[in-house]
Unconditional design. Structure first.
Lengths: 276, 296, 467
């Protein structure tokens, strides 16, 4: 009698578990190699659980690069970028999605268009702009632009704004709410899952981005983890154990952040006072 | 539905809202874009002053560079096959993990993990997984009696290998779909159930339409992103074997930074731009046929 | 509003935090901005420079990535008019930088700072000279070379004399066939003699061409000659060798398990013999100290065929330090590159690297410096290292082979040539898409077209005539 309920659940669970098993593989590999002594790293077939395990690679990483400093730089950079993105992008997305104004559609197309040119060819002119502003030798080029928006996030948030029911906006308008008020008090609270997604992407994007730092960073005191890892990889290319240890230390915060931001994904919409 | 006529307040609010973005565009983005367009008409090596050469770059590109067409084919291959696969898979996983499953936070994190692991860590792992003799993929295939191909060592199978690797990166789109699923009001599902709809019908008539703006985003970004695919090949195969994984942007990168042909690379960039722009405009034009926005 | 205000305050605080990170250069001292590798050993070396040069403030910027990444960084800097004073380069790319007028020729500093070519290994010095204007553009720092390694136990196992390695190409092909093993599914389980890059070897394609008496370019690097008969013959032999070890796809599949650590299979007997670099010795000491291996130089095939004499040949690459054009402080820059490539800098580097290896409980083997007298000291230091006889002999042989070495032809099309040769021509021949002659003809055409363009541009710009 309860078979109808159990079978779908079994199917769901088996897909999830099978999928997860394959998806967690890269991570397990990284962890395993990070704790493996050198001689076991190239063993084939791979030993998943290193015996004996060692933490020498983690020690090596700290010897090779000033990891603590890189961590600090990356965290600062990431927080700044998140702040900037959350400031500029929801505003613009709201205007594109909900408001009617001359030039809206053209500007939207331009917004999309900025993502269509491979960055390799705009990299050097951009460098010249930052040089003109006097921002070389600082971290400014790596986070100030985020306060001015990003096409990807604006597009994403615009789509989400457009899924919000119009009735609430109309009701608020009738009550004399300003357009900004609708944005701030009515729409934004319903956008928590989307905002969370944007936060995660910005976090991860900044955390892993290395092209920007490659060109603009000229000292350890401004170097983020991503560049440190690259440098590490270049200088110690055969040190797979240490490389995995460094990668692990780089990944862990992102995983932790993601894990805890989870719950905002499932914040459903409480639509009170609305008829279906 | 009450319609409001355009009024001053709406316009002023809107302009204020897009002010940061417009400023950003004009200061950081439009300039470099125009610069790159200018460079495309020049012989420019970055370190030496540019020389105007008119359409020579474009001519060479279209008629004198067979590698360019090969790289374009490689890229389109990835887009046409990879994007739909990615959308279907990430949506399926999002749907699965949207259920009330025990440990859902844990599972969601696992599916997102590969997007987070740095390329350098993944590349070695992938070379092992895809190893034709002893790798995991061919091992599983052999259980079904199939002799697996040479993957990254084979001209025909290198691109499918990349598509396979790309599937591990669905975490990002999964996150977007999960967020999108939250915006589907429960009362619609309830109403549908009351009307006697089964799981498939609920999915087809409630979930999909409500999710269509999100799907639209994932589709457009998928096309824009995949047409610019580069890093993976750069790290893992150097474009080989036999240029099978030489993607368009990789070829562009070589021209710009290996050979110091920034002018030519800019022409290539603008050619790609036209292709991406056309594809996106097509998507935008077709959108009203299947994308459902609450606000309209 | 409150949320936004909160975000803004966070933003402002961070700006203030970061503003304090902006490096303010002291106007009093002379500053020197150096772009070079990071990591403990290097940084200890830079500190030594700083200690002995208290009136120069050394600002070190760690470099990451290979050619391309460094290029993006340097190109942006040069375009923006803010290049460093000193840059670490691969000698292979010096001619490209020089052709585009990105580096400062350093000939004028040599007499003043008492630097001369006789102090450095000849080929490393020559590689830093741009043949079109015969100017020196960098001081070489280190180099390497290639030898033949083989697994003596495997030789014994199949009944071969473990102390001799066959000299002629015909014998080597036979050896490869004899030692390559397959399983019953037709997969490769052991490669006999690996000579192709990426399939277990390093540098094989280049050195074997020279071994056959071939030349890749004309003397002044104005014409590409990859399709000369001797080189076609070499590529043909490489194809035969690869086919003997199962064909390129199977061999690549076999190698694929090891990612970039191409030496590992040699350590565990999956490759019986290979052409590889002298850096392998340190790896053997570290990962396979009890490996019973032999080493021998590669010999000149053309000389042996004609006169029966055994003349070694090898192939070297390496790095150097250069001064970009527009450097703010070229005199101190030269002082730096003289110091770091000379006796003091190499001593400091050696000391730091021995200490580092000790602290990590690893064996240490010396790298070959370009500065000749430093190598004597390296060998003396190495004599105190507890390594096997074989490793000892190998390291010493690597140093002894340097007089016989060649380097890749210098031209601004060098990178393109490498890609065309190894990435296109060789692969097309190995995959049997084209015959070796066809493949090399096509590659030569592509390279020559680009070379001609570069020569035209250079001649126009400098007003000099090359052809």
């Amino acid at each position: 009698m309860n078979l109808k309920k159990i079978i779908p659940r079994i199917i769901v669970y088996s897909f999830i578990i099978l999928g997860s098993a394959s998806f967690i593989l890269p991570f397990i590999w990284t962890v395993s190699t990070a704790f493996k002594p050198d001689e076991q790293i190239f063993l084939f077939p791979p030993k998943w659980i290193p015996k004996p395990s060692t933490i020498i690679h983690f020690r090596e990483v700290f010897e090779f690069v000033p990891f603590g400093l890189l961590y600090r730089n990356t965290i600062i950079l990431t927080l700044l970028n998140i702040a900037g993105t959350l400031f500029s992008c929801p505003l613009a997305a709201y205007a594109f999605a909900k408001l009617c104004w001359p030039g809206r559609d053209i500007l939207f197309v331009i917004t999309l268009a900025t993502m269509m040119l491979p960055p390799q060819v705009t990299m050097i002119p951009q460098f010249l702009i930052f040089r003109g502003l006097g921002w070389l030798n600082t971290m400014l080029p790596l986070w100030v632009p985020s306060f001015f928006g990003s096409a990807f996030n604006i597009f994403l948030l615009r789509q989400f704004f457009m899924t919000l029911p119009k009735e609430l906006d109309d009701a608020a308008r009738i009550d004399g709410c300003s357009f900004f008020g609708i944005f701030w008090r009515i729409n934004l609270p319903l956008m928590i899952p989307a905002i969370t997604a944007v936060t995660i992407f910005t976090f991860m994007g900044t955390w892993n981005n290395f092209i920007g730092p490659l060109i603009y960073v000229r000292s350890y005191s401004a170097m983020p983890l991503s560049l440190g890892l690259r440098m590490f990889q270049e200088a110690y290319s055969a040190e797979w154990g240490a490389l995995m240890a460094a990668s692990l230390m780089m990944i862990l915060p992102v995983i932790i952040v993601f894990f805890f931001l989870q719950k905002y994904f499932v914040q459903g919409i409480a639509l009170t006072g609305l008829k279906g | 539905m009450v319609k409001f006529r355009r009024n001053k307040e709406e316009i002023i609010t809107a302009y204020l809202c897009v002010l940061p973005w417009s400023l950003g565009l004009s200061i950081f983005i439009i300039g470099p874009i125009i610069a790159s367009l200018t460079f495309s008409f020049m012989d420019y090596s970055v370190v030496l002053p540019p020389k105007f050469i008119g359409l020579a770059n474009y001519r060479k590109m279209l008629f004198g560079d067979p590698l360019l067409w090969k790289s374009l084919y490689n890229t389109l291959y990835m887009t046409v096959i990879g994007v739909p696969l990615n959308i279907v898979l990430s949506l399926s996983v999002a749907l699965l993990l949207n259920q009330k499953v025990k440990g859902e936070a844990f599972f969601r994190t696992i599916f997102y993990l590969p997007s987070v692991v740095p390329q350098v860590a993944m590349s070695l792992l992938w070379m092992w997984i895809l190893n034709p003799q002893v790798g995991l993929v061919n091992y599983i295939l052999s259980l079904f009696g199939i002799k697996g191909p040479m993957w990254l060592a084979s001209e025909q199978w290198a691109k499918p290998a990349f598509i396979l690797m790309g599937l591990w990166g669905i975490g990002g789109n999964m996150v977007i779909f999960l967020a999108g699923l939250q915006n589907v009001p429960q009362h619609l599902y309830d109403a549908a159930t009351v009307d006697g709809a089964n799981i498939w019908q609920r999915f087809r008539y409630v979930t999909l339409p409500m999710l269509s703006p999100t799907i639209f985003f994932v589709l457009v970004m998928g096309i824009i992103g995949t047409l610019q695919i580069f890093t993976q090949a750069y790290i893992m195969t150097a474009g080989g074997p036999m240029d099978a994984t030489l993607f368009y942007v990789y070829h562009l990168f070589n021209k710009a930074f290996r050979d110091f042909h920034m002018g030519y690379a800019s022409a290539m960039a603008w050619f790609l731009f036209i292709i991406i722009f056309a594809a996106t405009m097509l998507n935008l034009k077709l959108a009203p046929k299947w994308v459902y926005y609450e606000t309209e | 509003m409150r949320e936004y205000l909160k975000l803004l305050t966070v933003g402002m605080l961070c700006i203030i935090l970061l503003a304090s990170q902006v490096i303010v250069s002291s106007a009093a001292k002379r500053t020197l901005e150096v772009w070079a590798p990071g990591g403990k050993v290097w940084e200890d070396t830079y500190q030594e420079f700083q200690k002995t040069h208290p009136d120069i403030e050394l600002k070190f910027v760690p470099l990451t990535g290979g050619f391309d990444e460094r290029k993006q960084k340097l190109l942006s800097a040069v375009a923006g008019g803010v290049p460093p004073d000193v840059m670490w380069v691969d000698r292979f790319e010096v001619s490209q930088w020089a052709a585009f007028d990105t580096l400062t020729p350093i000939n004028k500093y040599l007499p003043k700072y008492k630097v001369s070519s006789s102090q450095y290994i000849k080929q490393t010095w020559d590689e830093a000279i741009f043949p079109w204007d015969n100017q020196l553009y960098a001081l070489p720092w280190q180099t390497d070379d290639r030898l033949i390694f083989w697994n003596k136990d495997i030789f014994k196992e199949v009944g071969l004399n473990p102390d001799k390695f066959p000299v002629t190409w015909e014998e080597q092909l036979e050896l490869n066939k004899k030692l390559t093993k397959f399983d019953d599914k037709g997969n490769v389980t052991r490669i006999g003699f690996a000579v192709v890059e990426g399939l277990g070897a390093n540098g094989g394609e280049w050195v074997l061409g020279w071994a056959n008496g071939g030349e890749y370019m004309t003397a002044r690097s104005t014409k590409a000659t990859l399709n000369s008969p001797k080189l076609v013959e070499t590529l043909d032999w490489l194809v035969k060798m690869t086919d003997a070890s199962g064909g390129v796809e199977k061999a690549a599949a076999f190698q694929g398990t090891w990612g970039s650590e191409v030496q590992a299979p040699f350590f565990v007997g999956k490759i019986a013999a290979m052409i590889n670099g002298n850096w392998t010795f340190e790896s053997i000491a570290r990962y396979a100290p009890s490996l019973n291996f032999g080493i021998a130089p590669i010999y000149r095939r053309d000389i042996y065929k004609k006169e029966g004499k055994l003349v070694p040949i090898t192939f070297s690459g390496g790095h150097a330090f250069a001064i970009p054009k527009g450097a703010k402080n070229p005199d101190d820059a030269f002082e730096f590159i003289k110091w770091i490539t000379g006796i003091e800098g190499t001593r400091a580097y050696r000391k730091a690297s021995i200490e580092f290896s000790k602290s990590m409980n690893r064996p240490w083997a010396p790298i070959i410096f370009a500065y000749q007298s430093s190598n004597k000291e390296s060998l003396e230091a190495f004599a105190e290292q507890p390594v096997s006889q074989a490793i000892n002999a190998g390291v010493k042989l690597a140093f002894d082979l340097m007089p016989y070495t060649r380097f890749r032809d210098r031209s601004p099309a060098a990178l393109l040539m490498q890609r065309e040769f190894l990435g296109h021509a060789r692969d097309e021949a190995l995959y049997h898409k084209k015959t070796p002659k066809q493949a090399l003809d096509d590659a030569t055409k592509t390279i020559q077209a680009e070379l001609d363009r570069l020569i035209d541009e250079w001649e126009q710009r400098t007003g000099k005539k090359l052809r």
